[in-house]
Design a protein around this ligand. Sequence first.
Ligand SMILES: NC(=O)c1ccc[n+]([C@@H]2O[C@H](COP(=O)([O-])OP(=O)(O)OC[C@H]3O[C@@H](n4cnc5c(N)ncnc54)[C@H](OP(=O)(O)O)[C@@H]3O)[C@@H](O)[C@H]2O)c1
Length: 301
Amino acid sequence: MKTRTILVTGGTGLLGKGMGETAPSGIKIFSVHQRDYAVEDSKAEHEVLDIRDKAKVDALFEKHKFDAVVHAAGIASVDYVERHYAESLESNLVGTLNITSASRRAGCYLVYVSTNAVFDGKKAPYAEDAPVNPVNKYGRLKTECERLVSETLSEYAIVRPILMYGWNHPVCRPNPATWILEKLMRGESVQLVDDVIENPLYNIQCGEGLWSLLKKRATGIFHFAGGETVNRYEFGRKIAEVFGLDASLLKKVKSSAFPDIAARPPNTTFVTKRMERELGVEPRTLTEGLAHMKANARVKS
Ligand SMILES: NC(=O)c1ccc[n+]([C@@H]2O[C@H](COP(=O)([O-])OP(=O)(O)OC[C@H]3O[C@@H](n4cnc5c(N)ncnc54)[C@H](OP(=O)(O)O)[C@@H]3O)[C@@H](O)[C@H]2O)c1
């Protein structure tokens, strides 16, 4: 059977790691990232390429024939986008324009990775057809990218992952689970809010969902989330419980304790029926995801 080559932009990120860990046989992942580092990875071929550079993106698509594209690259930190908006516009919006234009010319099916931050968090739970209304700059940029994708491509899907956790490549930013774990293991106290609520998504489940989507070449919007709704403080408690760490180090606070960070939508819990019925993906509970992380700690590096 012919090997299919999938371009994953931002393939060294948490989502890319989840895709690598769950890649089916007969697939080759070609991944691009921005900073100048090499990645030891038996699951994917990695290249340094800045998606803001249109000439380089076009040359990439001329050199390779991709069977599909998963576009996940960009600045994914809500607070970084709020503080560095011009840079984020280039990375997230110009980068997305470059990738979608090249995909359109090459006739590639594209999956755009968006976010729960397209919602204002006032009317959870959210199904795919709920009206968007972002409350911060990151959410506004991702909403604009969704529009760009849906108005310029004929064969595409938009996946909105909610708060993601799992083992990241050590080169990339920590996620709430690895950040809390490291603090607890060092015996440091951690302040966690109890007024931001999600059904967190394990990056391995996200990878499984993306592979199912790519296999079916499904179109439209899909919400990806886990099977348990928690606030961030409860999330921390679950981590302490599963990893056998000291939960008394966790301090419950309100979002108002952090006046300098970007606004967060309070409750963006997703409805995941499309993911379950059309992609055959069961939402994993936090206990399942964290227990899997604990049992697979070696895949961290
Ligand atoms: N993590 C979450 O909780 C979450 C939730 C909802 C949606 N999402 C979305 O899911 C996607 C993936 O998120 P993630 O958590 O996996 O991200 P991540 O861990 O922060 O990784 C970001 C990836 O994008 C690459 N990248 C950034 N700017 C680039 C550029 N100009 N050119 C090429 N590559 C670039 C990074 O490369 P370098 O390492 O070289 O910088 C890295 O590989 C993002 O679109 C994000 O908005 C994430």
